[in-house]
Design a protein around this ligand. Structure first.
Ligand SMILES: NC(=O)c1ccc[n+]([C@@H]2O[C@H](COP(=O)([O-])OP(=O)(O)OC[C@H]3O[C@@H](n4cnc5c(N)ncnc54)[C@H](OP(=O)(O)O)[C@@H]3O)[C@@H](O)[C@H]2O)c1
Length: 229
């Protein structure tokens, strides 16, 4: 258990992927601290004792700095960060105004940037940071313009932070993950073509714990036909 006695901050912990990643980290012995934005998303029944949750809007610098101070006081700092905060949005160029464009950049890149910035002094060269980009940032898809750009910014952020920090910084770039929210949104899709949430959680653990992996963005396109052949 490589994460035994180590503390992992997971942002966006109450989202679709959060429980899968948290479960994997707990199985590896980590202490997990989760952040969430909306009360309504938080299912504290799932891991009531093992996970400590804090509410914070991670686009708000003052709030993120306050969160870092509180976490440091309550837990003596964190060893690793997993940045799940984000969220999908549709819209091509005709449907994307300045506010929608900036909101996507803020939701994806600013949340990750401010989190790492506020917690950077709690990390060292044994620390891992995993940010969430998207395959759409690498192989752009029409109709999700602001999302693609936001996730592209996250990829560049991860590569840049990896050069600046002692910690290793990597990114995961999935296409569609098989999580409940996607099944509800696309009930007629072939779920077998999507990447299993457990496989994404395994990749997060790998990036956090493998000291040879730094500055990488790993595409996860699961069983999609174009990559399965
Ligand atoms: N699911 C997929 O197929 C897929 C594919 C590629 C990449 N990704 C990325 O992988 C990550 C995890 O996916 P997911 O399915 O778990 O996404 P999700 O269900 O949308 O969860 C993302 C979480 O981020 C939180 N968040 C958004 N803005 C925030 C802010 N300003 N401050 C703090 N928290 C904020 C959301 O909170 P609220 O709900 O309260 O707003 C939500 O709980 C996301 O970054 C997503 O974009 C997902």
């Amino acid at each position: 258990m490589k994460l035994a006695n180590q503390t992992v901050l997971v942002t966006g912990a109450a989202g679709n992927l959060g429980p899968y990643v948290i479960s994997r980290l707990l199985d590896d012995g980590a202490e997990v601290i989760g952040t969430y934005l909306s009360d309504s998303d938080l299912n504290t029944d799932e891991y009531p004792e093992a996970v400590t949750y804090y509410q914070a809007d991670l686009t708000d610098q003052v709030a993120v700095e306050s969160l870092a101070e509180t976490v440091n006081a309550d837990h003596g700092g964190v060893d690793h960060i997993v940045g799940l905060a984000g969220g999908f949005s549709m819209g091509g160029i005709d449907d994307t105004d300045a506010a929608a464009f900036e909101a996507a950049l803020s939701r994806h890149a600013t949340t990750a940037f401010l989190t790492v910035r506020a917690f950077a002094d709690q990390l060292d060269d044994r620390s891992g940071i995993v940010l969430f980009s998207s395959d759409r940032a690498i192989d752009a898809t029409a109709g999700t313009l602001a999302y693609n750009v936001g996730k592209g910014a996250v990829r560049t952020l991860a590569e840049s932070l990896n050069e600046e920090l002692d910690a290793r910084v990597n990114a995961v770039a999935p296409f569609l993950i098989d999580v409940p929210g996607n099944r509800e949104a696309m009930p007629d899709a072939d779920f077998s073509e999507w990447t299993a949430a457990e496989a994404v959680a395994d990749e997060v653990l790998h990036q956090l714990t493998n000291e040879g992996v730094a500055g990488q963005t790993i595409r996860m396109t699961g069983g999609q036909p174009e990559v399965a052949t």
